[in-house]
Design a protein. Sequence first.
Length: 254
Amino acid sequence: MMWDWLLSPIDPGRVHEVGFAVSWHARSMVLSWGVLAPLAVIAARFFKIMPGQDWPRELDNQSWWRSHWMGQALVVGLSIFGLALVLPSRLTEMSLHNWLGYAVLLGLILQVLLGQFRGSKGGPTAPAADGSLRGDHYDMTPWRRAFEHLHKTLGYTLLLLASVTIVLGLWKANALVWMWLVLSIWWVLLIAAFVHMQRRGMAVDTYQAIWGDDPIHPGNQRPAPGWGMRQPGKDIEKGDEDVRSDRRDRVRGH
């Protein structure tokens, strides 16, 4: 029967027997890296300008930022919890799943450090102590540009590595068929949503989402960092209503 098949292990030749520690290790890691981490990435990539937001009149909507960092904070917490359940690891018993898992956690530490040392923001909404608009992000300094590329590249790499690690873990534990099906369907839905939103042009440059498209802002003199990112200001045709002049006056007034 279908129900019996769903409740059977993926490899009929092996038993599915996992204790408390391994089962909760798997749950925490799948929840963090299979669910929360990709959702946090999608929030940061596609929701810098929210649906219905009157951009460029309304700028710097931080819903995506809060969703991203809170989601990744949960990933960090669940990863620590999941790791603690299976420590210590014996080198003689380390499998590819173990090695990749530690590589993912090392990358997570690097991401946290990059986030902490990404530099200052600057700009009209976060001026420097001396009152100037200077800031690593606003000026798009070499360090900020390096951060943008490293953070994004490492983030997507970690998602891929984590996915492989999860699959290897499911196989190692001889997970039940329904677990494979649910996770596979979830990942297919995530990929489909990602492709759909990318094609709709929802991957917007962080800089223009925060400060708009006015060329007075130094970061607008450069292409958007990262692959597939759109600068919506370049899509505005000549002759359309321009709302930049009032913001330009406000920026110059700082």
